[in-house]
Design a protein around this ligand. Sequence first.
Ligand code: PXP
Length: 249
Amino acid sequence: MSSARKIRLGVNVDHVATLRNARGGVGPDPVRAARAALAAGADGITAHLREDRRHIQDEDMKRLRELPAPLNFEMAATEQMLDIALKIRPHACCLVPEKRTERTTEGGLDVVGGRERLAPFVAELLRAGIRVSLFIEPSLEALAAAKEIKAPVVELHTGAWCHAIEIGETEKAEAEFARLRAAAAETERLGLECHAGHGLDFDTARKIAAFPQIVELNIGHFLVAEAVFIGLEASVRRMVEAISQGRGA
Ligand code: PXP
């Protein structure tokens, strides 16, 4: 796989909806944010319809689906979410673990322990022509299980690495980075498409973009936070630049 291959950027607009919901009104509109992100060079839009609907609402998903860009629908593996996904028919679904008490998706899916439960969701979504990815820890065991249940794509959880950097735990950050590197290399050996995301900022996105196996990054919170200071289009544009620098393109 050539390292010159472009990395797609999926912009996650969940936290635009978080801000809107803080006042219970109509703005800021995540669909308007999605349009701005696409105008600034994003390749697709990502949104997570959580079971508690704390940010993205069902109607947002429908409207995001109407945009002329790939929609990556993040969802828990539940019957209710599967029904919604099969109605909306997004370009892609990313299966994620979900706990009501967490602030964000804290860890990867337990694919090893949950393979029998997850396999039918993967199969059904693929049958509907939807690309399926599994959001996993960068572990060889999780990758092997993802392959076994025939998921064509995995998204490596970069949260532990990014958090270690944020709190200045250098050794832990280095160990997490090495784990991500090994996992990305393993995706190539297994023939899985490799994505990554969670907690990325300009610097960490630049660094991880250097892994030749990665073809897509999904980034949300940092872009929306940065938008408060420089605007969403500028924030996305700078991210596109950081990713191309990292890739050496
Ligand atoms: N990828 C997945 C699967 C996620 O669950 C999230 C968070 O919703 C992200 C990427 C984006 O993470 P962040 O908002 O920290 O950039």
